[in-house]
Design a protein around this ligand. Sequence first.
Ligand code: 5AD
Ligand code: SF4
Length: 469
Amino acid sequence: MKNLPNMKDARKRTSETSKEIFLSNNKSNKYKGNKYYIRTYGCQMNVHDSEEISARLENLGFIKVETIEEADIVILNTCAIRENAHDKLYGFLGRCKHEKEANNPNLIIGICGCMAQEESVVNELMKHHPYVDIVFGTHNMFELEDMLLNKMDEQDIRVYSKEGEVYENIEYKRDSNIKAWVNIQYGCDKFCTYCIVPYTRGKQRSRHSKEILKEVECLVKNGYKEVTLLGQNVNAYGKDIDDISFANLLEEVAKTGIPRVRFVTSHPWDFSDDMISTIAKYDNIMPYIHLPLQSGSSRILKLMGRRYTKEEYITLFNKIKNTIKNVAITTDIIVGFPGETEEDFNETLEVVNTCKYDGAFTFIYSPRENTPAAKMEDDTPLKVKEDRLHKLNELVNKYSKEANLKYDNKVVPVLLEGVSEKDENMLMGYTDTMKLVNVKADKKYIGEIVNVKITSVKSWSMDGEMVNE
Ligand code: 5AD
Ligand code: SF4
């Protein structure tokens, strides 16, 4: 079957409210005892999609493994946000091809996620990677079982480019039994001029609040300690279906009694005063906000289609800082957007100096297929962009270290998630403000929120020990 992506259709938006579809999940023993390996690239949305794919594979009898050498099927859940995501995929695909040719001719190779929604990628897979067996898009995940139960010899490609539906009754094989992702909204309608997401993920569509609350209540019942509400623009939640606002949804989720509520990502455009006061009001809504700036130049922000000026951003930032006690704010910044001058870049540095972020993800602009920015003239040499990135990172790191230093010797609550990656005698977890802490504590406390005294602060993490307070 060949259902190929079309980026023009992916851009279309109608005024129709998206359909809610209740899935009946497919169970079968066809692949009983077979093994799957899944590799996830990109954002939290993809991480959570992989939890859905895992559940679908396990419903067919597959068992999870950690290496491609052990696997009967390899699924690569891809990201398209920047070009380097492509390089990573093709690098890993080379290893899968070798494994199939040299050791395991029956290995099934599958590609899904945002890159599967790109016309050029699918054309490339058809032309140069015939050993890839299945390709399914972000709107086609529910077809995975059908693709495997009716597996064909030829490449099976199923990618819809459309606004998209809202699926309910999705099963997840969650990676953690302590913290969980919960989708509240799919897609994006903001169409920032550099961004491919509105094309790969479809129209912005909210889940009904009663379904979200049902899911959270079930997580509470199963002992989960934290939920993160997921969407590209969580603040715009509910507007497309006339449901409650995001501020009200946050409040309802907080009232379920789950110990920690988080959310990503916020767009400065829809960030309401109600949201700020709700976050301030509930102790179990974490004082941590990711607020993408993208650029500190109002001229560049306009070219990016971001819908706010530098001044409006700073006003919002200050309002959040002044209302939510102890809040940590992080951001995303792009350097080298087409036409960015040294002056524009200096304005970005100025905003960083004003906001003194707890942390920032910084990127060099990467042109994406079919986006408006890809057609803009881009005459800044790569070397200049790299220098800007370097300078920006130095500043960002300085403030991030400063923010962390404030924790030195303090006692803070940490949700212990598991054994530390760098020291198996330590545990790891996050503060309410999303700081990573390696903690000296007994393993029996995994899954609990404990008080931790911070004993040393590093650039990217802190060390501490549990105290009985
Ligand atoms: N080039 C560079 N960075 C990008 N981002 C999104 N699209 C691009 C692009 N084309 C960044 C933005 C966004 C983050 C998830 O990725 O900063 O907030
Ligand atoms: Fe991309 Fe802008 Fe939507 Fe974020 S808000 S996903 S940057 S289009």
